[in-house]
Design a protein around this ligand. Structure first.
Ligand SMILES: Cc1ncc(COP(=O)(O)O)c(C=O)c1O
Length: 393
């Protein structure tokens, strides 16, 4: 049976979510309509918004539903930048190794709206030191800071409240991409000090195509999508009631099960890490050490002398789905910009492989992986860094 160890890419829909989703999909009514069906749809929508708000620790009015994490990040970063740029602030500060949703957005703002990009150095385990941020903020024209809450590739968790405190002291709003963190570690918008935060349903057992931007009541922002003025005018468009209902259920369950899941997944992850490091020479765990600074379900390694995509293909043929962690452009694997930002040489970064565990992961999945992986790495090493994918058998 296939083994799925790519939960950071997307997670299986939870049965409770599927039931609520399919039931809600059968309800007819635009939540903005005045008639009874519209009002009923609106009640479902607002109850879902309350559930999402309770799960992320904000007020329901602060939840702007979107088509996913990418749209939430775009809305936050562009919207806050445009609002702040009106008074002359142009610098966008972000740590190295951000997700492409952020990187491509800030790059676009640099080319289209004269944003000045300040990429902050991170430690070898991908952490942004609040002192580095503080030093970079002493110049006056910072428009915003944006950071991952947890790195989707190497699993490192940032000290978001400390970063937000530093930026607040300088009067600069902070957005956090909490897509990888939410549901895996405690995330509380209210106490974080953030101005905005992005989350996505399909990373926590909800459907693809649903997400939310948590936009603080007092955060000045401009709209990305104009139209009917829904959701504080920040995100116009008929609202996806069923998607919101499904996200509400998924978010609530993710938080209710967080402690139990985190303990279980950290146990499996620790077994995986010990097994890989013990069996495979020249393998190195990347990112923060297992513990409070790392996502419980993330194990990321580099294997000297082989290509991550060869490893991925070989494991896929053996029925195990994993990821190199980095993006793929037109079918060609990119060298991870996250690992490069952490200071790894290109040659080492090529041999990256990410295992991410989740609700469906079992003991026997890890045992099978540990059985298969040494031979897979040996074969990939024999092939070396080449475009050729080695045959498994
Ligand atoms: C950290 C992070 N941010 C943003 C996204 C984009 O979210 P979505 O797939 O919902 O657009 C992802 C998804 O891979 C992610 O891991």
């Amino acid at each position: 049976m296939a083994i799925y160890l790519d939960h950071a890419a997307t997670t299986p829909l939870l049965p409770e979510v599927l039931a609520a989703y399919t039931e809600a999909l059968q309800v007819v009514g635009n939540p903005s309509s005045i008639h009874s069906q519209g009002q009923a749809a609106n009640r479902m929508l607002e109850e879902a918004r309350e559930r999402i708000a309770a799960a992320v620790g904000c007020d329901p009015i602060e939840v702007v539903l979107t088509s996913g994490g990418t749209e939430a990040v775009n809305t936050a970063v562009k919207g806050i930048f445009w609002a702040r740029a009106a008074s002359g602030a142009r610098r966008i500060l972000f740590p190295g190794g951000e997700h492409h949703a952020t990187l491509d957005t800030v790059t676009w703002l640099a080319s289209s709206a004269d944003a000045e990009l300040v990429e902050l150095p991170v430690t070898v385990d991908a952490r942004l030191d609040p002192a580095v941020l503080a030093a970079a903020l002493h110049e006056r024209d910072a428009a915003l800071v944006t950071t991952l809450w947890a790195n989707n590739e190497v699993g490192t968790i940032q000290d978001v409240p400390a970063l937000a405190a530093v930026a607040r002291a300088a009067g600069v709003p902070v957005h956090a991409d909490a897509v990888a963190a939410f549901g895996s570690v405690p995330v509380d918008f209210r106490s974080s000090g953030l101005a905005a935060m992005s989350v996505s349903a399909h990373k926590v057992g909800g459907p693809v195509g649903v997400g939310a931007l948590v936009l603080g009541r007092t955060t000045a922002s401009q709209a990305l999508v104009h139209g009917g003025g829904q959701q504080r005018g920040i995100r116009s468009g008929t609202q996806d009631v069923a998607g919101a209902v499904a996200f509400g259920v998924a978010a609530e369950l993710a938080v209710a099960r967080l402690a139990e899941n985190a303990t279980r997944l950290a146990g499996l992850r620790d077994r995986l890490v010990a097994g890989v490091l013990g069996r495979i020479p020249s393998s190195t765990l990347r990112g923060a050490s297992p513990g409070a600074g790392r996502l419980p379900g993330n194990a990321h390694f580099t294997f000297e002398g082989c290509d991550g995509d060869s490893l991925l293909f070989l494991l896929d043929r053996a029925g195990i789905a994993v990821s190199t962690g980095s993006a793929c452009q037109a079918g060609v694997a990119e060298i991870s910009h996250v690992l490069l930002a952490m200071g790894l040489p290109e040659e080492t970064a090529r041999g990256a492989l990410r295992f991410t565990l989740g609700s469906s992961t079992t003991d026997s999945d890890i045992a099978t992986l540990l059985e298969v992986l040494p031979e897979v790495v040996a074969r990939a090493r024999r092939a070396g860094h080449s475009d050729r994918v080695p045959a498994l058998y």
